[in-house]
Design a protein around this ligand. Structure first.
Ligand SMILES: Cc1cc2nc3c(=O)[nH]c(=O)nc-3n(C[C@H](O)[C@H](O)[C@H](O)COP(=O)(O)OP(=O)(O)OC[C@H]3O[C@@H](n4cnc5c(N)ncnc54)[C@H](O)[C@@H]3O)c2cc1C
Length: 408
């Protein structure tokens, strides 16, 4: 191993290994931050590499390994954990040019794609053949399938269908010292030996760079019928969520927004929002049309009890509008003060109400506006503290030293 010194040398040597235009020495700003930018996180890099295929990725990894230069793999930059931010310099390895569909077998419900394909594009390709890729993290138009795999991303429909990892049957990964390896493949059962595929899923680029993935697909459900109910408080809303579960209603998504989140997003909600809304719950019934219709009726009954208002669109465009609104919740909340410090936490479902209320309490104790929303069925909250970017005192208070578990 020998070290190279200086950004120019790194960029020059990498450029010699890749086709023209695949290395940017000036490190454009859009490669230096992710969704943590609102809390002041921004990095700097010696170079940005934009390979177009797995062997070019392997060349970059081999060169960086040999010269002891850090690599930060980058997907769509929508992560909330700063994983794609080059905090200690090094090379940002962007996967955005690896967008090929290597093979698509709709009749076998499977697809083999490169890791830079955007999540929404993958979902569209599947949909055009009557199929469905269920994982739906909220920034699907920007995030990449490689980033989804690296973070094992979930989304509203992970409640019934599981997170991204549940849909991966094989991976192509570049590992140190620059080798392309394959684990799994176009196979639905793979239980012999060590489960290396699962080790890679969720490893956030620390074990290797995902360059392609074999994915399972499902026939798209014929109907998806959401029911939205507003409650006057957290307790009555969480009781409704437990009624859905306790009633054995196998909904596809079970979401919530607390009072402050509901208020912040009320203007763009596609129907009327009651003034006394203290918690909003969304439950979606899906399946064949008769199945979804029957389940929707049961969900309506379970959610109507104690609700101040129920909104249950059936027209596909109205349903799509509701989910577009739901996808925009994070950005609308961020826009309120310009930035947010947000933690993606999971609690046992019977502690959901406590976690929702304690998020607000932590904010109150630290003089911060706080709110939460998330995937209620999975006990998954985005506990959020609103900040003004650049307000150092506020950012320090939002560091969450005064955390929930510290008070237990
Ligand atoms: C509005 C909004 C809503 C969201 N909703 C959800 C949600 O419902 N559920 C959820 O789980 N997440 C959600 N997220 C966060 C989620 O993790 C990301 O959206 C997505 O999975 C990250 O993909 P990305 O391509 O943007 O990855 P990036 O942000 O670019 O990277 C994320 C991490 O993965 C690594 N990485 C990226 N690509 C690769 C690769 N090919 N190989 C190896 N490592 C790689 C990076 O180094 C980094 O550590 C949301 C984000 C936003 C902005």
């Amino acid at each position: 191993m020998w070290r190279v010194s200086g950004s120019k040398a790194v960029a020059r040597e990498l450029a010699a290994l890749l086709p023209p235009g695949a290395v940017q020495a000036s490190s454009p700003a859009e490669f230096l931050a992710d969704q943590t930018e609102g809390r002041g996180l921004r990095g700097s890099a010696d170079a940005v590499a934009l390979p177009s295929n797995a062997s070019e990725v392997a060349r970059v990894v081999a060169w960086c390994y040999e010269h002891d230069v850090a690599i930060v793999p980058r997907g769509g930059g929508t992560g909330f954990a700063g994983g794609a931010v080059p905090l200690g310099g090094g090379v940002v390895l962007s996967l955005e040019r690896l967008v090929r569909v290597r093979s698509f077998d709709p009749l076998l419900w499977r697809i083999w794609v490169e890791s830079g394909l955007r999540t929404a594009d993958l979902r569209r390709i599947a949909r055009e053949s009557g199929l469905w890729f269920p994982p739906d993290p909220g920034a699907a138009e920007q995030s990449q399938i490689g980033g989804n795999i690296a973070t094992n991303a979930g989304g509203p429909h992970a409640f019934k269908y599981g997170p991204t990892g549940a849909w991966v049957t094989g991976l192509e990964v570049v590992v140190a010292p620059g080798e392309i390896v394959a684990v799994g493949g176009p196979i639905r059962k793979d239980v012999a030996g060590y489960d290396l595929k699962s080790l890679m899923i969720g490893s956030e680029g620390t074990l290797g760079v995902v360059t392609a993935a074999w994915l399972k697909l499902l026939p798209a459900p014929e109907a998806a019928l959401p029911v939205v109910a507003f409650y006057s408080g957290t307790a009555s809303g969480c009781a409704a969520i437990e009624r859905v579960l306790g009633g054995g209603l196998a909904v596809a998504a079970l979401e919530y927004l607390d009072a402050a989140t509901t208020a912040a997003t009320a203007r763009s909600f596609p129907a009327a929002v009651p003034r006394e809304a203290g918690l909003l719950v969304i439950a979606e019934a899906d399946g064949s049309r008769p199945e979804a219709t029957r389940l929707r009726a049961e969900v309506l009954e379970a959610l109507a009890e104690g609700a101040v208002l129920v909104h249950a669109p059936t027209d596909p465009e109205a349903v799509a509008e509701l989910w577009r609104w739901r996808d925009g919740v994070s950005l609308t909340v961020s826009a309120k003060r310009g930035g947010k410090v947000s933690e993606d936490i999971v609690v046992p479902i019977d502690h959901l109400a406590e976690a929702i209320e304690e998020t607000v309490e932590i904010g109150r104790r630290n003089d911060l506006e706080a709110c939460s929303w998330g995937h209620a069925g999975d006990g998954n909250l985005h506990s959020t503290f609103l900040v003004v970017p650049g307000d150092e005192a506020e950012l320090r208070r939002a560091e969450l030293k005064d955390c929930w578990t510290c008070h237990k």
